[in-house]
Design a protein around this ligand. Structure first.
Ligand SMILES: Nc1nc2c(ncn2[C@@H]2O[C@H](COP(=O)(O)OP(=O)(O)O)[C@@H](O)[C@H]2O)c(=O)[nH]1
Ligand SMILES: [Mg+2]
Ligand SMILES: [Zn+2]
Length: 350
């Protein structure tokens, strides 16, 4: 028997369930997504579930259940079920589906914090942190930077220096699975009932960190390959685990790079900490590229704003603009086609 409140079930989710036509059926939380079915944690235990045809064919791909989703199901047999509805999502981490212009892919839903995990070797990249941050903040999820393998050699000064411009919006932890005192602050930072998604490249130590946080081996980790010194791929699917009297941890398979699925290019100035400069620009709608009296460009010229940071800001803003415009175009187009087909039906009826 599972107590679903340990998995984050609460009053506001209960209220959401009441809006479903299936509110009289059971609910559960998706703990892993497999190729042809879903693992769902329910009061009665773990079920393997499939989708009804209505859900499968009536929705966009990104609306299909992802790890963390709360769903309503109809049980059958001993340990199987059919998912009949997905509760409205909140705080969902998306990425741009690779190979598309503006298709979203849901990675995890109903998450409170996103641990952006990087190891303090060649994997450490401020640019990648910024990219994850933009995506995470898009859905009001709290970003947290976890720098792992702090037992390796690295320059703390250089790392701190390179993160200065985002340090105001993101808590940063240095961890090593070899020293418990570096894990304790992270453990304390996780509140009971809170859902946390771990993102980052394969081999940076996500699963190892989850294991030490849980104080037992709940996930497999990769052995360091003797020839390359690198960890091998292990996680092939997302997994949800519980920390005793604490949070719900969601591991994801390694995601190295992340196409932005961001609809809010305007929010970027805050993330990059350049809003203070932007306030003194001559034009209110300044794009901070080539306008006269642009205080952001001036800050770059004066060395108050690092060129790499400015450059990264422009790049992500462009990507976000591109994604959101294409998405709006797509919606407009869908509406247009719906209208055309309604019109066609009317003509046929006459
Ligand atoms: N030196 C060191 N190695 C670590 C640390 N955390 C994880 N590793 C190693 O990094 C490799 C990859 O770890 P894993 O947890 O599987 O990474 P994941 O792919 O992000 O889940 C494994 O060989 C771990 O033993 C750490 O804090 N210090
Ligand atoms: Mg892993
Ligand atoms: Zn400007």
């Amino acid at each position: 028997m599972n107590n679903l409140s340990l998995y984050g079930w609460n009053d506001s989710l209960f209220q959401l369930k009441q809006t479903s036509q299936y509110k009289h059926l059971f609910h559960g939380r998706v703990s892993a997504v497999n190729k042809t079915n879903y693992e769902v944690i329910t009061e009665g235990g773990l079920l393997l579930c499939e989708l009804t045809g209505n859900l499968l064919y009536g929705r966009s791909l990104f609306e299909l259940p992802c790890t963390g989703d709360w769903i309503i199901f109809q049980p059958f047999d001993d340990n199987k079920g059919i998912i009949v509805d997905v509760l409205p999502r909140k705080h969902t981490l998306f990425r741009k589906k690779s190979g598309t212009i503006s298709d979203r892919q849901a990675i995890a839903s109903h998450v409170d914090k996103a641990f952006i995990v990087q190891s303090l070797d060649a994997n450490f990249s401020v640019r990648r942190t910024e990219r994850f941050m933009v995506q995470v903040l898009e859905e009001n999820i709290q970003p947290v930077l976890i720098l792992t393998k702090s037992d390796l050699e690295f320059s703390r000064h250089q790392v701190d220096e390179s993160l200065k411009h985002i340090a105001r919006q993101i808590p940063i932890f240095f961890t090593s699975i070899l020293s418990p005192e570096t894990i304790l602050p992270v453990r304390k930072f996780i509140r009971q009932g809170e859902s946390i998604v771990f993102v980052g490249s394969s081999g940076v130590g996500k699963s190892s960190l989850i294991n030490v946080l849980c104080e037992r081996t709940v996930l497999p980790t990769s052995e360091i390959s003797k020839s390359s010194g690198k960890g091998r791929h292990t996680s092939t699917r997302r997994e949800m685990v519980l920390m005793d009297d604490s949070g719900i941890l969601i591991d994801t398979p390694g995601v190295r790079e992340f196409g932005l699925a961001s609809d809010n290019p305007e929010a970027l100035a805050d993330i990059f900490d350049i809003s203070d400069f932007a306030e003194s620009c001559r034009f209110e709608n300044c794009t901070h590229v080539d306008e006269p009296g642009c205080a952001v460009v001036e800050a770059v010229n004066n060395g108050l704003l690092k060129f790499e940071v400015y450059n990264s800001y422009l790049k992500l803003r462009k990507e976000s603009w591109y994604f959101s415009t294409s998405e709006h175009e797509k919606r407009k187009r869908d509406k247009y086609f719906a209208r055309v087909s309604d019109e066609a039906k009317r003509i046929k009826k006459r």
